[in-house]
Design a protein around this ligand. Structure first.
Ligand code: FAD
Ligand code: NAI
Length: 482
């Protein structure tokens, strides 16, 4: 393989691999370097995909056990084969990560497996993984590659707490909680964010008793407060136990159990200290950008000392010309689709085209059941902005399709500017909210109003009729079906 390229991408996650493919499609000679043994980054290997495979399997198990009889389907004694469930997850991951290798070949992207470090602007050394293609004999070979443009797409890693060091067996991160060898009887989750609630849901459905300890007085800090309240109620009904406004002080493994000590997050609250016992503790308190050990300090790339994120300009260029960054490594939500959008925009701008990411209309989805999906501002943010606003809100209990599905929990909430009718935010807590939010993204991207959304024809019977009905309510003050 030649060592000279037009673009070197470090990291093959949804930011890096998408940027590499798009740049190659636009005629660049691209090398992508990945230190994992497979392509796809956090998302495909240990993040979005394995967690969703587990969520889908556990949902099916839970539905067969608890919902099928309501449809008149009697299945007898339902058994869980955790080994088979995990095997299916691994197969899904493998199919998709192999798929990226296929896409690289198809688009002419070169790749090497090993740890990359920038030694000078335009120069990258790669220490090959043991046994990977660049160190076939098992020794750690080091190669140098050159390109006028280097893209940092190294993503993020698990953030930890000094009071809760991971031992990776009993006190674990999501990396291990997607592969527990057996269903923990008691799972303690630290952090009521995306990972805590998604993986908490998986194990709760499979039979764990889940206790969630959250520092803040609420769950899902970035979600619309009213929706977060509904989610908390729903999860509590599903068996979750929440301890909000609670700070973990220590954790100790004793035998095969973990003792977690916690206290009120509010100083001098007078609340008694708490002790929890669990078989496993999942620490899910956020992620940190992978900006260390890349040689960035040596070549003078600015790194934000507090967040570890790398500041970039509108072309994703760092303060050092020719070095770019995107995805979890830079500002904004740590989401796979955000990283991929940035990958496309970066590649297009690098190749002289216009590139753009609509940061105001990046949707977010939390894959619980019912699902939580949103785009735009939440009610608290709109209130804070001082804009006068209206709300259209309809429950799924008013939806014929939701009733047929026996899935009538949840609401669609649409927030509009009361003077202009323009949609400011859409929040859906309901069945398959992840798919319904696409319509809201489209209408907001085109600066649409509630009237535009209300007057679109929604197929009947479909869940998205509720989106139309909530739009009618925001536009006229009255829904048709509620
Ligand atoms: P990453 O996917 O982290 O990829 C970076 C890659 O760079 C990694 O493969 C890493 O090995 C490699 N790398 C790092 N350093 C080097 C180096 N020196 N040399 C070579 N390679 C290097 N987001 C969603 O949008 N939807 C979801 O449903 C979702 N679920 C998630 C579930 C879990 C459990 C987790 C942990 C995350 C989830 N996320 C989800 C977040 C999502 O995975 C990230 O936002 C996304 O992967 C970021 O993409 P990226 O390309 O910036 O980085
Ligand atoms: P998070 O930021 O979503 O949630 C972390 C939670 O931990 C917050 O509620 C926070 O208040 C709490 N917390 C922080 N310190 C604490 C402490 N000391 N004690 C108790 N609670 C504490 O982070 P999470 O869940 O680790 O996920 C990381 C990121 O990965 C997410 O922010 C998201 O960007 C991404 N992700 C996205 C998913 C999706 O799109 N469906 C799924 C999973 C992850």
């Amino acid at each position: 393989m030649t060592n000279h390229f037009d673009l070197i991408v470090i990291g093959a996650g949804p930011g890096g691999y998408v940027a590499a493919i798009r740049a190659a499609q636009l005629g660049k000679k691209v090398l992508c370097i990945e230190k994992r043994a497979s392509l796809g980054g956090t998302c495909l290997n240990v993040g979005c995909i394995p967690s969703k495979a587990l969520l889908d399997s556990s949902e099916l198990y839970h539905d067969v056990k608890t919902k099928s009889s309501r449809h008149g389907i009697l299945v007898g004694d339902v058994q869980l084969d955790l080994t088979a469930l995990m095997k299916r997850k691994t197969q899904v991951v493998k199919g998709l990560t192999d798929g990226i290798s296929y896409l690289f070949k198809k688009n002419g992207v070169s790749s090497v497996f090993g740890s990359a470090m920038i030694t000078a602007p335009g120069k990258v050394t790669v220490t090959a993984n043991k046994g990977a293609n660049e160190g076939a004999a098992g020794e750690k070979s080091v190669n140098e590659y050159q390109a006028p443009a280097i893209l940092l797409a190294t993503g993020s890693e698990v953030a930890t707490l000094p009071t809760l060091p991971l031992d990776h067996q009993f006190i674990v991160s999501s990396n291990e909680a997607i592969s527990f060898p057996e269903v923990p009887k008691k799972l303690i989750v630290i952090g009521a964010g995306y990972i805590g609630l998604e993986l908490g849901s998986v194990w709760n459905r499979l039979g764990s008793q889940v206790q969630v300890i959250e520092f803040l007085p609420r769950i899902l800090p970035l979600t619309d407060l009213e929706i977060a309240g509904m989610v908390q109620k729903s999860l509590t009904k599903q068996g979750f136990e929440f301890h909000l406004g609670t700070k973990v002080v220590s954790a100790k493994v004793i035998g095969n159990q973990v003792e977690v000590k916690a206290e009120s997050a509010e100083q001098g609250s007078g609340k008694a200290a708490l002790t929890f016992w669990g078989d496993r503790v999942l620490v899910a308190v956020g992620r940190r950008p992978n900006s260390a050990n890349l040689g960035l300090e040596t070549i003078g790339v600015t790194i934000d000392a507090k967040s570890g994120k790398i500041p970039v300009n509108s072309k994703f260029e760092t303060n050092v010309p020719g070095i770019y960054a995107l995805g979890d490594l830079i500002a904004g939500p740590m989401l796979a689709h955000k990283a991929s959008e940035e990958g496309i925009a970066f590649a297009e701008m690098l190749c002289g085209h216009a590139g753009h990411v609509s940061y105001d209309t990046i949707p977010s989805v939390i894959y619980l059941w019912p699902e939580v999906a949103s785009v735009g501002l939440n009610e608290e943010e709109v209130k804070k902005s001082g804009v006068s606003y209206k709300i259209g809100k309809v429950p799924f209990s008013a939806s014929g399709r939701a009733r047929c599905m026996d899935e009538s929990e949840g609401v669609v909430k649409i927030i509009t500017n009361s003077a202009t009718d323009r949609i400011l935010g859409v929040h859906i807590f309901g069945p398959r909210a992840s798919d319904m939010i696409a319509e809201a993204v489209t209408i907001m991207e085109y600066h649409g109003c509630a009237e535009d959304l209300a007057r679109l024809t929604h197929a009947h019977p479909s869940l998205s009729e509720s989106v139309g009905d909530a739009a009618w309510m925001a536009y006229t003050g009255k829904a048709i079906h509620f």
